[in-house]
Design a binder for this molecule. Sequence first.
Ligand SMILES: Cc1cc2nc3c(=O)[nH]c(=O)nc-3n(C[C@H](O)[C@H](O)[C@H](O)COP(=O)(O)O)c2cc1C
Length: 182
Amino acid sequence: MPSEAEPSGLLDRIWQALHQATVERQHAWRTPVLATVDNEGAPQARTVVLRHAAQSSAILHVYTDRRSPKVAQLAACPAGVLVFWCPALSWQLRVRAAFTVDDCSDSMQAVWSQVRHTRAAKDYLSAAAPGEPLPAVGRLTSPEPQLAVLIGRVESIDWLEIGRDTHRRALFDHQSTRWLTP
Ligand SMILES: Cc1cc2nc3c(=O)[nH]c(=O)nc-3n(C[C@H](O)[C@H](O)[C@H](O)COP(=O)(O)O)c2cc1C
């Protein structure tokens, strides 16, 4: 029997851990895998950095290069899944979210004004798009930052705890929160 009578207290702990991962560089949830669907209906997945997590709005942010294939994939099919595993907590999360891409608004500009002073700035200033062959004459710089913010509106969270003797699982979505058989 789960120790919490209701999974709702657990949901608060999950969001606290997600927020912690955005501020603590060593947190295992800082680098989830983002899965999307490509134009041919095939699954695609890659590691990303979780930049922002807000329980009140159920929003997660990931930064990316707006020319990267995942941006076109999410524009065509906004459904994505972020998969997190934290050995310290022994928790897996599978977060389903509907993604929008913000690459031109004032809020993106505000993000860039912070990112431009960090080591990550160069990730968004390459003349070549992610996945393109490397230019023969060395790396050129884009005149404009290619930063985009992937904004994931969380639709459901599938939580799994791997215990020594027993495992626990809960699902949180718009309809309800409920315990599941692991
Ligand atoms: C530890 C780690 C963190 C990464 N963080 C990001 C990230 O925050 N955003 C991003 O676009 N790519 C990130 N990448 C690179 C992606 O995994 C991927 O290679 C790249 O974005 C191209 O993906 P795509 O071709 O599916 O668009 C990261 C890779 C690693 C290994």
